[in-house]
Design a protein around this ligand. Structure first.
Ligand code: PGA
Length: 252
């Protein structure tokens, strides 16, 4: 049984004070709700305060990126040991905004995934096509490249620590959600790709989240699909009510 996982990607939103407020609200609503795994991913500077707020809580903490070296002269970067020392559990890797604005490639995503694993962090690896690729009939080719490139060289044991997030770029922050059938079709394809790479049992055990304009209103239908194991939520993760609504509407 794959436990559903809902992660909030706060992107570049929330100050330290706002982080405390939001997490306090989430704890009030979700601390006793363990049917779904819940993760919050604030910006780097808010991770220490978030970790303090979440001590002994079931809500887990995630970062939004990681650099692949352990330490060194890499101005502006954050390493795995630093994240681990703060108490981070998960790390988002290869988000489409990183691929689009910061020139990340499958190769650099792969290096970051390996750095996360090396430091005992659980990667949430993002894949997904943009609008031109979808309209050009290239969705499966692009998703295949993202999955095979980003997860290249992992052992089956390492793969068991990975969450994959399918995020069609055209559905992110646009209010345009993929229909549950469109999402399910790609999730199934991702699971088949994982089966070819790592074997059927590992593919069957891997959680694949959907991301892109997930809201309380569409969370139930999306997560009722056989291959959709949760959501990576952007905009709707910034308010207690909408994020809690998604968690509680998730089909378990
Ligand atoms: P959205 O973002 O929910 O605001 O569409 C999802 C994401 O980018 O992870």
């Amino acid at each position: 049984m794959r436990k559903k996982i809902i992660a909030g990607n706060w992107k570049m939103f929330k100050t330290v004070q706002e982080t405390e407020q939001l997490i306090t609200g989430l704890k009030r609503e979700l601390s006793d709700y363990t049917k779904v795994e819940v993760v919050v991913c604030p910006p780097f500077v808010n991770l220490p305060v978030a970790a303090d707020c979440l001590v002994d809580n079931t809500i887990k903490l995630g970062a939004q990126n990681i650099f692949w070296e352990q330490e060194g002269a890499f101005t502006g970067e954050i390493s795995g040991p630093m994240l681990k020392a703060v108490g981070v559990d998960y790390v988002i890797v290869g988000h489409s905004e990183r691929r689009q604005y910061f020139h990340e490639t499958n190769e650099t995503v792969n290096k970051r995934v390996k750095a996360a694993l090396k430091n005992g962090l659980l990667p949430i690896v993002c894949v997904g096509e943009n609008l031109a690729e979808r309209e050009g009939g290239k969705t499966f080719d692009v998703v295949n490249d993202h999955v095979t490139g980003s997860l290249a060289g992992l052992t089956t044991e390492e793969m068991q620590k990975i969450v994959v997030a399918y995020e069609p770029v055209w559905a992110i922050g646009t209010g345009k959600t993929a229909t549950s059938a469109q999402a399910q079709e790609v999730h199934k394809f991702i699971r088949e790709t994982l089966a070819k790479m790592f074997g059927q049992p590992v593919a069957d055990a891997t959680r694949i989240q959907y991301g892109g304009s997930v809201k309380p209103e569409n969370a139930a239908e999306l997560t009722a699909q056989p291959d959709i194991d949760g959501a990576l939520v952007g905009g709707a993760s910034l308010k207690v009510e909408s994020f809690v609504g998604i968690v509680k509407n998730t089909k378990v």
